[in-house]
Design a protein around this ligand. Sequence first.
Ligand code: ADP
Ligand code: MG
Length: 253
Amino acid sequence: MKTNILMAQESVISVKNLNHYYGKGNLKRQILFDINLEINPGEIVIMTGPSGSGKTTLLSLIGGLRSVQQGSLKLSGQELFGASQTELVQIRRNIGFIFQAHNLLGFLSARQNVQMAVELETEISQIDAVSKSKTMLEAVGLGQYVDFFPDNLSGGQKQRIAIARALVNHPSLVLADEPTAALDKQSGRDVVELMQQLAKEQGTSILLVTHDNRILDIADRIVDMEDGCLVRNSHNEAIANESGATNNHSFSC
Ligand code: ADP
Ligand code: MG
C-alpha cells in the first residue's frame, strides 16, 4: 500500500540541469540553460515567455520528439537521456500532443482523425475504436459533427477534435503548444476550460505553452521562460493577487 502511494506521487515530468544546443561547430548555439522543472500527476502548468525563448524546444524534448543532449529528463521515472529511438516512440505513446495548428488530416472526418490515434496506440476492434472515438467527440461537445471534415468546421471545433485525439487514449501527460493561438477569445477560453475539465477527470497532467494572458487562471502553476532560462515558478494564487513575489521561487540563470 505504501509503495502505491509513493508511486502515485512520482513526478510525471522531472527535468534536472537540462541544457540544449542547436547547430554544430562554430554555429553551435545554446538554447536551453540549466532547466529544472517538476510536474506532479494531475497538475496543470502553463509556460509563458517571449517568442524565441525556447518553449517549443523544451516541449519537444519533454515529448520525446528530440533527443536529450545534456542533463536529466524523466517521464514517470523513465530517463530520456540516452533513450533509443524505439524507446522514444514507446514514450510518445503515453503523451497527448496538441499544437497551435491542429494538425488534423483533412481527408479524414472528425471521427476518423480521433480513431486513427486510438488504432495507433492500442490493439482494438474496429467497432470498439469507432465507439471510443465517438464517445470522446461527444465529451468535447462535437457529438453532432463526428462525420464532418475539418474544412467544414470552425477553428474552435477543429481544436476540440485535436483535444479529443490527444485525450482519447487517456495519456498521463498532455503537451500543448499555443493551442489557442489561432482562436478568438471565447473559443480559446472554451478550449482550455475543456482541456482542464477532461484532464481533471482523467488525472492527466498538462504542460501548456501560451502567450494568451486570458487563460492563465486555469493553471495550478505558471513558469516563465526567458532567453532559454526558467525565470519564475509561481503558484497561481500568487499571480492572481499580483503579490506573488514572496511566494515565487526565482531561478538564477
Ligand atoms: P519559442 O517556442 O519560445 O518561440 P523555440 O524553442 O521555437 O522558441 O526557439 C528557441 C530558439 O531556437 C530560437 O532562437 C529559434 O530560432 C531556435 N531554433 C528553434 N528550432 C531550431 C532548429 N530546429 N534549428 C536551429 N535553431 C532552432
Ligand atoms: Mg514556440
